[in-house]
Design a protein around this ligand. Sequence first.
Ligand code: G3H
Ligand code: ZN
Length: 296
Amino acid sequence: MKNLVKQSEYYLETIQKYKKDKKAIAHFNISNLDQARAIIEVAEELKQPVIIGVSEGERAYIGVQMARKIIDELNQEFNIPIFLNADHTYSIEKVEEAITAGYDSVIIDAAKLPYEENVALVKKAVDVVRAYESKSGKKVLVEAELGYIGQSSSLNKAIPEGVTEANLTTKEQARDFIIRTGVDMFAPAIGNIHGMLIDAPEPKLHIDRLKEIASSVDIPLVLHGASGNSDEDIKNAISSGVSIVHINTEIRKAFRDGEMEFLKEHPDEVAPYKFGKEGQGEMKKVVRAKMELYIK
Ligand code: G3H
Ligand code: ZN
């Protein structure tokens, strides 16, 4: 029987080990159990830890506490560490809800706010989490974003409004932000965007900017919005200092495509476990390719 409170103590240590080895841990979002199993089965085959993320919308669908219970059960069933992240959380109230439910990490996302307001909200979230840690004895990691990269894991016709080169994170702001907020992990904007462009290649990542940031800060860096980015860009980001890579849209699409293809050929099929399996199969191909890339 795994001791999950103990496991959470090794979360930061695990990330730091990947940082040192210039590799990355995979973070994938889920909306349901089919997706969770697909990701975890691949992670187990590759003997890799994995972070399962649930955004506010995904948590509302699965249930905040149910997501924790599902991951607890899967942690006992599988031999790899599975961490649970409360992804993109926009209010202190939702931060409290997630940490009270026992999530291993939380992302307070105030990236859309002006700089000083972002710092203030993130600092407040860090204080809330630290108070919870002293009360509960459980370690919880806090991550925040600086520089707007859009908010939705969807197929997009254009770059999300508000994402501009002028909004890329600078090394000076990254340093100031991390010192003033006390976050454990930091997600910069380096040309990455949430979601995927339908008719155009994803913008290239600004690897030089990432290198500047990585050499100015000590805490682990997280690449969000990695759906659609080239393998070369992702690999360069990892060797330049990224320790966690977030993917959602690409696996959502693979899952949807797998089910859709099957249902096109079997329009009278009504058993969800039959078309769910096809969704899982397509999704597993993407998960495997990404995870192999991160540890190559
Ligand atoms: O936190 C979630 C990720 O940043 C997902 O981004 O949908 O572009 O892969 P993505
Ligand atoms: Zn994200």
